[in-house]
Design a protein around this ligand. Sequence first.
Ligand code: ARG
Length: 568
Amino acid sequence: MCKFKTIVQETLIQYLQLDQDVLEELLEKPQNPEHGHLSLPCFAWAKTLKKAPNLIAQEFCEKLKKHNLSSYIDSVNALGPYLNFKQNQILLGQELLQTIINEGDLFAKKSLDAPPTVVLEFSSPNIAKPLSIGHLRTTNIGACLARVFKHQGWNVIRINHLGDWGTQFGKVMLAFRLWGNAEDLEKHPIDTLYKLYVKFHEEEKKDPSLADQAREWFAKLEQNDETAKELWQWFKDISLKELNTIYQELGVEFDHVWGESFYVDMLDELIVDLKQKNLLKDSQDAKIVDLKDYKLGVSVIQKKDESSLYMTRDLAAAQYRYQQFHFDEMLYVVGNPQKLHFQQLFKVLELLGCDFVDRCHHVAYGHVDFGHEKMSTRKGNIVLLKEVIAQAKDRALSIIEEKNATLNNKQAIANAVGLGAVLFADLNAKLARDVKFTWDEILNFEGETGPYLQYGLVRAKSVLEKYEGQWSDKIKIDSIETVEERSLLQSLNDYPQILGKTLKEKEPFYLSHYALELVKQFNRFYAKCRVLDAPEHQKYFRLCLVKSLTIVLESSLKLLGVPRVEKM
Ligand code: ARG
């Protein structure tokens, strides 16, 4: 925790005998930084003290002023119902910059007794379908959260719950037998499988019997029929190989690629358990768990031919993962449309007596609208992720050609800028919101974009590169004269809290927004304050401020997945 907060807490406990837990809860950052750096709202004591909160704030303030307070506290003031504390900026500056420069971005790591474990499930595409721009969100959000949890000292287990089981495989297998050829498949696995999938749906309109044949193929797969299994394994292997190239490009890794098929052998036991607990009911031609009492409809668990469903495999997956990892949290990064699915999943787990269900969360997100085209894998008018990324890179290259034609390594830089633009745009909105972006918005070097951040870091680093003096191991500040320096210092000081909030709320937007603010603060500072040619008593402090900024900014970009650029 921030040292100033600890000191203020200790002061309030010592001189006003306030309760530590209450303070922990109440102490906040004032909206207006002019009012101070920490504020204690005094409403909580109005009842017990039988006084108006304004009066309480004043009395608290007077009492404190009678004591010799820590030199970290510059002033205490009562403002309305708030007791406000100002921090000594010089001490803050010295200690904070020293810590950042010594410890790097680990200064922002919360200390934990034992590392808790989080299972993070994300990406999870259905194989045999190409990654659409819609998959960008789960992949990107999940990877970002994984990095934040890891940075904060958690033990992180990343799982890709591939959609590699279900009736759609019956369709693709049948389509391949009817219209496919192996050569195309080996050359362009996912595209070919996808075309077959689309063709199946077109042909099915003319010949409805295809649906039954597809079901039979899937039934064969479930019964371990050799031909079906071989075909399926082949589709899966080549799809995965292709998926991996995209993951590599996005810088995303998994600890386990456990697709839905991984849990198929565990389903019998699950069904027995559901029966024993009297949860399974017959309904028309399926077995269900009735959740109407909870206003969650019914959850279908088994079809009449006893084949399993998406839900069945999710139930087994949750139980297996808990057995394996005894996680403290499990997060499913999956779009808003599956909200009901996860509500049902969690309810059935609860009814099964799985206590760990309290630790499971659906991290839901809105949809991406790109170029205003709706995406549907069935019809085939899909916006492909790899095409979006390729286009981002091309466009970044033309911007760079225009702005700085003599730059070396233009293509590599454009790649990092294009990718950074797409990945950042995707994280720079509250998760629940639907995102719409245009190329001009996300590639604007002066806008709230990935390239803006990359450029900010390049600028700050170039200042440091020009410094030829020594870096000493003691930072001594005489005075901090400008509001720009103070604001930048405060922003750096906020980093640990921002990471804590991002983790707690599972919301990368806090981090993306923070990174933008940080660069804006830096730009204001750099416009106002001289650094390399500053007077000697200011120069070293300002340099350390810039150095600390590069450490924090670089760390935020890394956690957000925005690639580093050396020159721009
Ligand atoms: N494969 C699914 C889809 O593309 C997403 C899987 C989400 N995860 C889960 N455990 N159900 O829609």
